[in-house]
Design a protein around this ligand. Structure first.
Ligand SMILES: [Zn+2]
Ligand SMILES: [Zn+2]
Length: 145
């Protein structure tokens, strides 16, 4: 973890992304960072909103603002459920564990060979890729045998 995911870094990144660093947004970002895993919007609301009297709609809008500024990213779970994860600023992709909810970040180097092959074989020049992988993390795969 770098300073970029600390509370100060989050405020700066929100501003840089054109979003105001309101106390609610910072609190929700902190909840995502300290969870260290993906959380659904409902789980974020339970962890950071409900007890403090922050409404569901506010939590949902705050998550949108965090995603808009790149502080968090949205992952798609089964049944059209979205989950959110705190993210480093550098472009990256995710390994999302369906069993324990852990999310690992992987660098562009994993995706670059695919982009190169698409350019070579299809003539398509990729300038942005949003690619997340879903499955079981090494720990969960080991337990499952
Ligand atoms: Zn990420
Ligand atoms: Zn796992």
């Amino acid at each position: 973890m770098t300073g970029a995911t600390g509370a100060t870094g989050v405020a700066e990144r929100l501003r840089a992304g054109g979003e105001r660093p309101t106390p609610h947004r910072l609190r929700i970002a902190e909840a995502l960072i300290s969870a260290g895993r993906q959380l659904t919007a409902e789980e974020v609301w339970s962890a950071a909103g409900r007890r403090r009297g922050i409404g569901r709609a506010t939590v949902f809008r705050s998550l949108d603002a965090l995603v808009g500024a790149g502080v968090a990213r949205r992952l798609e779970l089964d049944g059209h459920v979205s989950a959110y994860v705190a993210c480093e600023p550098e472009h990256h992709h995710h390994l999302s564990c369906r069993t324990c909810g852990k999310v690992e970040e992987i660098g562009e180097s994993f995706v670059r060979p695919m982009a190169q092959r698409l350019a070579d074989e299809r003539g398509f020049v990729i300038d942005d890729a949003r690619l997340d992988f879903y499955g079981r993390c090494a720990d969960c795969a080991r337990v499952a045998g």
